[in-house]
Write a protein of this length. Structure first.
Length: 213
């Protein structure tokens, strides 16, 4: 009987240890990784940056990036970890893609910018961007409604002299998000032309609000 008592005591201690260890493991498994603006994403082999985080009035969370990145259904990862997939794009123009974010894995943040809104800046206003290649670069908004043809479609983008050579880079004026870099040409040593797709028409089209904090 004494041996049976000692055995039951050991089993009780073992089960107690499992009971207290389980919540700790579960909490670690649900820890979210930060997903700041400017994070490099992999769209099944195409690399683009996170332009802007957005949400509908509810739980769905999204991010915007350049339309050069992919089409609806493209799987998106960051550092090998799934982020989500493209749920909308403009089939006539590589101006933007909308990615639904896996919020169980990722926390959307704007750590690299202090954004207050998406008010459109006038011609002559500052235009700044951050890329992995050049870091922080600034220029000026030169023209709105610049016509760009993609196939049979015409699109109206904003032209700047900003040097932002990476698709999906966010263009900011002051503390206001302006648009998504879609086209780039030039050389930082002699001058650049960067075109961006304004974000407000995209947000309006999909019933989204920007996530600014």
């Amino acid at each position: 009987m004494a041996r049976l008592g000692r055995l039951l005591a050991r089993v009780s201690v073992f089960l107690l240890a499992i009971t207290f260890a389980a919540p700790t493991a579960s909490a670690g498994a649900t820890e979210k990784r930060p997903l700041p603006l400017g994070t490099m994403l992999d769209f099944e082999g195409v690399r683009c940056l996170v332009s802007l985080h957005a949400a509908r009035w509810g739980t769905p969370r999204f991010l915007l990036s350049s339309g050069h990145c992919g089409v609806t259904g493209t799987k998106v990862t960051a550092g090998g970890t799934p982020v989500g997939e493209v749920v909308a794009h403009d089939p006539d123009s590589p101006t933007y893609v909308l990615v639904r974010v896996d919020t169980e894995r990722w926390k959307q943040t704007n750590d690299r910018w202090s954004l207050k809104g998406t008010t459109e800046a006038p011609v002559g206003a500052s235009a700044c961007s951050r890329t992995h290649v050049l870091g922080l670069q600034c220029g000026r908004i030169q023209q709105k409604g610049t016509v760009v043809r993609h196939g049979q479609s015409r699109h109206y983008l904003t032209r700047t002299d900003l040097c932002a050579p990476e698709p999906g880079a966010l263009v900011v004026s002051g503390d206001q998000a302006q648009g998504i870099v879609t086209d780039y040409s030039g050389d930082p040593r002699i001058g650049c032309v960067t075109l961006f797709q304004p974000v407000n028409p995209i947000l309006s089209r999909h019933g989204l609000r920007p996530l600014l904090s």
